[in-house]
Structures are given as C-alpha cells and as structure tokens.
Design a protein around this ligand. Structure first.
Ligand SMILES: [Zn+2]
Length: 130
C-alpha cells in the first residue's frame, strides 16, 4: 500500500509537531573542523547541537496512491493511522478514510500463532474502495 500524507499547513502553529534528525553536515557533533584544521567551528548547517529540528504541520488525512486487493498491515501502521485519524478499526474490519473515499478491508487473521506459523501483522482482504 502506498499512501501520501496530506498536511494541514493552515493549522495553528501550536498544533505543529517537530521532526528531529541527526545533522548530516556535522554528523550530530554540532561542530565541524575549521578550515585551517586548528580547531572547530560551529556547524554551518545551523543545527542545534547536532540536531536538525523541522517543524511539521499536523496530518489532515491521506491520499491512497496504491492499494492491493490483499494487504498485510502492521500494528504500527494501524496505530499511526488511528492516531492521525485517517484509519478506523473494529473487530474484523479496517477502514482507511482516504481523501478520495473510503477503503474497507476485512481482517482475515490478526497477529498470532496459526499452527506452526506466527504472523506479526493483520492479514486483510479488500472489500471495497479503489
Ligand atoms: Zn550540524
């Protein structure tokens, strides 16, 4: 499944989150060796002690780019979707509320042991939707 997250750039700034990454310029050190190689300079990327902090607007929904007739959904994926409220779930059904309409999957198997096989995902089959 391929999804494109849609962001609400008009949302009030206090609702925006932060994405923190290790600065690739100084490799997380916050400083770089100076040109004369006698010491260090502040990292030119303007990172905060080796961390790059990007403000990210809240997710307003998703656009479904590709959805197969059969899907394996990981618990993380489902949890993330519910948290961002573009996915809902009940005992045997998962609904993805895409920007272009709902996609409904029937849950065939939940994570667990099946004979000799152990699965860590939700084994699902598409019921309706593009
Ligand atoms: Zn840096």
């Amino acid at each position: 499944m391929r999804l494109k997250r849609l962001y609400d750039r008009e949302a009030p700034k206090k609702e925006w989150g932060e994405r923190v990454e290790t600065c690739p310029t100084c490799k997380g050190k916050g400083v770089v060796v100076n040109q004369s190689r006698t010491g260090v300079d502040q990292c030119p990327a303007g990172c905060e002690a080796g961390r790059l902090v990007t403000k990210v607007p809240p997710v307003s929904g998703v656009q479904v780019l590709h959805a197969g007739p059969e899907q394996h959904f990981s618990p993380n994926f489902l949890e993330g979707g519910m948290k961002e409220s573009w996915l809902s779930m009940d005992t045997d059904q998962i609904t993805i509320h895409g920007a272009d309409g709902d996609l409904v999957y029937k849950v065939l198997r939940t994570p667990g042991r099946y004979g000799d096989e152990v699965i860590h995902y939700y084994d699902c089959k598409k019921l309706k939707g593009a």
